[in-house]
Write a protein that binds this ligand. Sequence first.
Ligand code: L14
Length: 339
Amino acid sequence: MSKLFNVAVAGATGAVGTQMLTCLEERGFPVKGLKPLATAKSAGRKLRFKGGEVEVEELTESSFQGVDIAIFSAGGAASERFAPIAAKDGCVVVDNSAAWRMDPDVPLVIPEVNPHATAGYRNKGIVANPNCSTIQMIVALAPIHRKVGIKRVVVSTYQAVSGTGKKAIDELHEQTKAILDSVQPEAKVYPHTIAFNCLPHIDVFLENGYTKEEMKMVHETRKILEDDSIGVTATTVRVPVFFSHSESINIETHEPITADGVRELLVNAPGVTVVDNPSKNIYPMAIDAAGKDDTLVGRIRGDDSIANGINMWVVSDNIRKGAATNAVQIAEILARDYL
Ligand code: L14
């Protein structure tokens, strides 16, 4: 008989949290009991799970007694405060916030790329889920890095508003409608109108002129690929798309590789679907990636401006593979190999 687990989801009512419940259900995670946790404001709400309903409880210091695995997507502050409390109660935390990702004692895991790192959960009882933009980039780049070595990455992202949460999804709806109705749009979530616009600004600006989101892509890439020599430079942009982040990625490799060579590697890569037939207008698009777990890769072509250069276009559902699916996959590794 296989083991069943008591699972808590912190931030269960959010855009990622509700997707976590769906992923646990879809993937048949061995759940004994499910405990959705959120702020007091959401306590008492009912969420659908496996054909029934589960009641949301307030996230408190005593929420984790008797819980085996807690998946957190309740924001950095909640993770910082409650993850160590959960771990002290013997619960293993899979954390989707940025709070623990760069802690040297916390593994940062993409199951297709570095599942072995999960063992490091033992240090603090925490495994971190990488940033959404990093996950899809590394799912596509890891097989190339293993084969020919990546020296440098230049990435620009086109990020969906769902990454910010439900209020940003609503804001894009409302602003779009306002503009089409010739009404002045109201910007509450972002510093500027996002409808019919692009904002080169995700998360906060840092002293070095980059945003925190851009620097997450730099640091997390090196940690996951276990190679501090990789150069990464990023520009992260919010675009008026609801679901799925797109990325223009340029890489310089150590050994030469052709576009066909990259295509062949990626056709066989776990979690990747190559969508690359430009003559038929076939390439990865946000609306096709949305609702899927695979990362779509296309527009694979040589960059003739440098010696070993490749360009590609990489698209993935930021709420699924970028957050909920990846977190549930980590929980699956914990359940299968460690708990
Ligand atoms: O580091 O699109 O998990 O605003 C959460 C918000 C990533 C970006 C993280 C967004 C961020 C995301």
